[in-house]
Structure formats: structure tokens, C-alpha cells
Design a protein around this ligand. Structure first.
Ligand code: C2O
Ligand code: CU
Length: 502
């Protein structure tokens, strides 16, 4: 296998036009006038800004401009010259200063996804709104004991989060020790997008309800780019799922479809795993990250992502009607599709001596406290809910919420006490999967297997429940939790939390 067929190939032709005319569903018929994506180009990772002397001070200008996407000139949003924006690299104990300049004609702001930093003041406050033409100075104090790993940043202005991320406002953020790793490391920011007429396509109401997915799946803004690797080396690939709604299931094989011995997932959501997981066992929901260890042999390797059925084909239109029928035809939104190629590695060059380092990098941060052994101070249940709005036309309009309420920034939904451990049961009362993201504090998944699994974005499958424990160790203030299908967040599936000192 692994002759992946892109959606473009699968869906090209009249059938696509018919679907588009009938329902406006998914990625339909929007890209007819656009040049085919350029594939196979050499991967160009975003520029890296690295802290020096304990400080990284950068200016991110959010603007709408023509940039290269999938090998074409595309009018899109971005931070600076490229999509993704620059990779920000800091170390534990550093100060990260970001001056966000809003050159857009709409409000925006910034969130540092997964960082355990204060949600108040000049730090990671997502209630901030930066008006067009204005700027905002963010200052993030990264703790000495902050986990080292792969994080990211993106726009987080409620109501336009999905639109702004879809159009290009995201980038990688690494917290790493300053000593350079001996490995070849690659930052692979995966996003998806649909292009139309030299710009990023708009989406329909149905797309929003289902959670939009793009026709193109890009790595660092490129379509199926290539890298060159040296046989005998082991690389670390930092995969960020910056898609607005798409789940990734990374698969690594030789071009001849053979398994890659020794490959594994060694970190999730910026936290090293005590023991690696097999590539292919891990689904990375939108917002999540997975670090892969990739042993390079004599053969070329290909990283693909397999389709993940998240119930969106039917869930977005629970009232039935055309959308539901479309969902059925599309096999639940994804299951009929082939894997998409993300990246190809060409193994060339002299054979390096076999790497003497163990297959897992030694973690430089202390292992997190295992909350399975802790009696929670408090338990609560949060229900992810959706329901039909009235008078929204054919198919109705889905309202998304938590505990039956849509987001209200002024309302405080949960109050927690700093220094306590809580157990949250996340119940999904809908027909779609929802990736639940809590700002500031990572969640330990209780049935996460042998070793503690700490995630900042936890998938809660349709109709199921997931139990997590959270240590509210630090940082008083108000912040949010929400579905990271960003369309659902914009449609109201978000709540507020206030952490108070005891
Ligand atoms: Cu990556 Cu509140 O989001
Ligand atoms: Cu959702």
C-alpha cells in the first residue's frame, strides 16, 4: 500500500460538483480553479527564534498577505512571512515576551497552547481582545520546572478562532534545554486548508457544525514535502496538530509499506512518555502533539495520516435531512478515504555508525506526580452537549455547549482551589467526538495505560466518558476549557474556570 491518494484525486470530477450543489458539505467543489498542490518539494521549516540569556523577545505581526501555501501564492493570514509563523524556542526558567501587532481588519489575540503559565495579567489571558491596528505585549514567565517539549501558539479570539487558525494564525513553540540535541530534530506543524481562487476558502454553516476539514493536509505549509536523512541516525519529529478539526493518526512505513523497526511515539502534548508507544496506536486530536522517534535505515520512509472517523458526517446534522444523508454518503466524514501523505524521508548519504544512545531521549524534567495514587479533593462531571437551535433553516443550527450552556465570558462555570487535586468525568452526550482542552493545567487520563499519560487535549469519543485528574498546583486566575474542534469552540462549547488561592 502506501500509495496514498489525496482527496483531490479521489474527489476530482463531476461527483464533487454534485455533492457541492446538494449540500455544500465538506471541501466540495471549491478548488476547481486552483493550481494543483506542489508536492515533493524540500521541506522548509519555519524560521526559529531562540532565547538568549533567559529571554526571548519577539514581535508577531498578524496580517493578511500573499504567502506560499502548498506551493502556490495564496492570500491568507499569518504571523510574519510564512505559514506557520516562526518557531519560538525557549528554555525552562526563561521569559518569553511576544508583542502581538494586529494588522488585520478584525480583532485577534494569542494563546500559548499547553504552556503551564499564568492565565492572567500580561500572560496567557485569552479574554484579551486586540483591536485592528492595536498591539498587545504578552509576557510569559516559564517556570524552572516547566516540562520540556512541543507546544504551539495560535489565535484564540472567541467567535473567530477556527477562521483565524484555518487561515494561518498558528506556529510552533518549543520549551527545550539550551544544550542542542545530538539528534536531527524536525518541527512538523500539520494544518489543513481548502484553497479557492488564490485565497483560503470560506466555509458553510454545515462545515462549522461538523468542524471544517480542508482538502489539503499540509506540513509546515507544504504539501507532502521531502527531507533527506542519513542511514544509521535516529531523528525526532515533533508533530503538531494545528488543524481546526481534523484528527491525525500518524503512520510511519517504508515506501514499500514495511513497518519501521524501532520507531515510536516518545512524547505527547509536550510531556515525555516514560515508555514509548507504537506509531499507529496514537490518535492526535486537533491541538495535540506527538513526538516521533524515527530510525533511518537504507530505505526511504513515508509519514502518512490515516483517516479518523469522528462522527462528524452525521453528528453535525442530528436533525436528519440533507446533511445526515451526506454524512452517510461520505462514510462518517472520513472512513472511505485513503491516508494522506505528510512527509517523505529520502535515506541518502554515508551510513552513520549505529547510534549508541537509547531509543528514548532521557527526559530532563522530573517525571510528573502520578495522580492515580492521590485521593481527589473534589470530583465533578462536565457534560459536552449539543442541541438544535430554532429557525436556522434546513438542517437547523446546532448549538454547542458544556452542561447545556454556551460560552459566556463573564460567567464563571467552575471554581477550583489551588493546591487541590480534582477528578473530572468528561461525558460526551453528542454523536461527534470532541477533544477537550483545559488551559494551564495538564490532565492525567486515568485509564491511560501503564505509565502516567498527561495530556492538555483529551479526546472524548461520541457517547462515551473519560475520567481525568488534574493537580491545580499553581496560577490563580480565570481561564477556559473547551472543545478543540475550533468551530465547536466558536459555536459555544467552552466554559470558564477560576482558580482561587485557598
Ligand atoms: Cu489550542 Cu484554548 O486552545
Ligand atoms: Cu467538538
Amino acid at each position: 500500500m502506501t500509495q496514498p491518494i489525496g482527496r483531490r484525486a479521489l474527489l476530482g470530477g463531476a461527483g464533487v460538483v454534485a455533492l457541492g450543489a446538494a449540500g455544500g458539505w465538506w471541501w466540495v467543489a471549491r478548488e476547481s480553479s486552483d493550481p494543483a498542490a506542489v508536492t515533493g518539494a524540500a521541506l522548509v521549516e519555519p524560521q526559529v527564534h531562540t532565547s538568549t540569556g533567559g529571554l526571548l523577545d519577539v514581535r508577531l505581526v498578524a496580517s493578511e498577505e500573499v504567502r506560499a501555501l502548498a506551493g502556490s501564492d495564496v492570500r491568507c493570514l499569518g504571523y510574519g512571512a510564512s505559514v506557520p509563523g516562526p518557531t519560538l524556542r525557549v528554555a525552562p526558567g526563561d521569559t518569553l515576551r511576544v508583542l502581538l501587532v494586529n494588522d488585520l481588519d478584525e480583532p485577534t489575540n494569542l494563546h500559548v497552547h499547553g504552556l503551564q503559565v499564568s492565565p492572567t495579567g500580561a500572560s496567557d489571558d485569552v479574554f484579551v481582545s486586540v483591536a485592528p491596528g492595536q498591539q498587545h505585549q504578552y509576557v510569559y514567565e516559564i517556570g524552572e520546572d516547566h516540562p520540556t517539549g512541543t507546544f504551539w501558539y495560535h489565535a484564540h479570539h472567541h467567535g473567530s478562532v477556527a477562521d483565524q487558525v484555518w487561515r494561518g494564525l498558528f506556529g510552533a513553540l518549543l520549551v527545550l534545554d539550551p544544550a542542542a540535541s545530538a539528534r536531527t530534530e524536525r518541527v512538523l506543524v500539520v494544518s489543513d486548508v481548502t484553497l479557492a481562487g488564490g485565497a483560503v476558502a470560506g466555509v458553510t454553516r454545515h462545515d462549522r457544525m461538523a468542524g471544517r476539514e480542508g482538502a489539503l493536509v499540509l506540513v509546515d505549509g507544504q504539501s507532502a514535502p521531502e527531507v533527506v536523512g542519513a542511514p544509521g541516525t535516529v531523528e525526532r519529529w515533533r508533530v503538531v496538530n494545528a488543524c481546526t478539526s481534523r484528527y491525525l493518526r500518524p503512520l510511519l512505513s517504508t515506501v514499500g509499506a514495511a513497518a519501521v523497526a524501532g520507531a515510536g511515539v516518545v512524547a505527547r502534548d509536550g510531556r515525555d512518555l516514560a515508555s514509548g508507544l507504537g506509531v499507529g496506536e496514537v490518535v492526535v486530536p486537533p491541538g495535540g502533539r506527538a513526538d516521533l522517534l524515527v530510525p533511518v535505515g537504507q530505505e526511504d520512509l513515508v509519514l502518512t495520516t490515516a483517516p479518523v472517523d469522528r462522527g462528524a458526517g452525521t453528528g453535525g446534522t442530528a436533525g436528519g435531512g440533507m446533511g445526515g444523508m451526506m454524512g452517510g454518503m461520505m462514510g462518517g466524514g472520513a472512513s472511505d478515504e485513503q491516508p494522506s501523505t505528510l512527509l517523505t524521508l529520502r535515506a541518502t548519504g554515508p551510513v552513520a555508525p549505529p547510534s549508541s544512545t537509547s531509543s528514548i531521549d532521557a527526559s530532563t524534567t522530573a517525571p510528573p506526580r502520578d495522580l492515580r495514587d492521590v485521593e481527589p479533593d473534589r470530583r465533578r462531571t462536565l457534560m459536552l452537549t449539543s442541541g438544535m437551535g430554532m429557525g436556522q433553516g434546513m438542517g437547523g443550527g446546532m448549538l454547542f455547549g458544556i452542561d447545556g450552556r454556551t460560552f459566556e465570558p463573564g460567567r464563571t462555570d467552575q471554581t477550583v482551589t489551588l493546591g487541590t487535586v480534582e477528578e473530572w468525568t468528561l461525558v460526551n452526550d453528542t454523536t461527534m467526538d470532541h477533544p477537550f482542552h483545559l488551559h494551564v493545567w495538564p490532565m492525567q487520563v486515568l485509564d491511560g495505560g501503564e505509565t502516567p499519560l498527561l495530556l492538555d487535549t483529551v479526546d472524548v469519543p461520541a457517547g462515551e466518558r473519560v475520567v481525568v485528574r488534574v493537580a491545580f498546583d499553581d496560577f490563580p486566575g480565570r481561564t477556559v476549557y473547551h472543545c478543540h474542534v475550533l468551530d465547536h469552540e466558536d459555536l459555544g462549547m467552552m466554559g470558564t474556570l477560576e482558580a482561587l488561592r485557598p
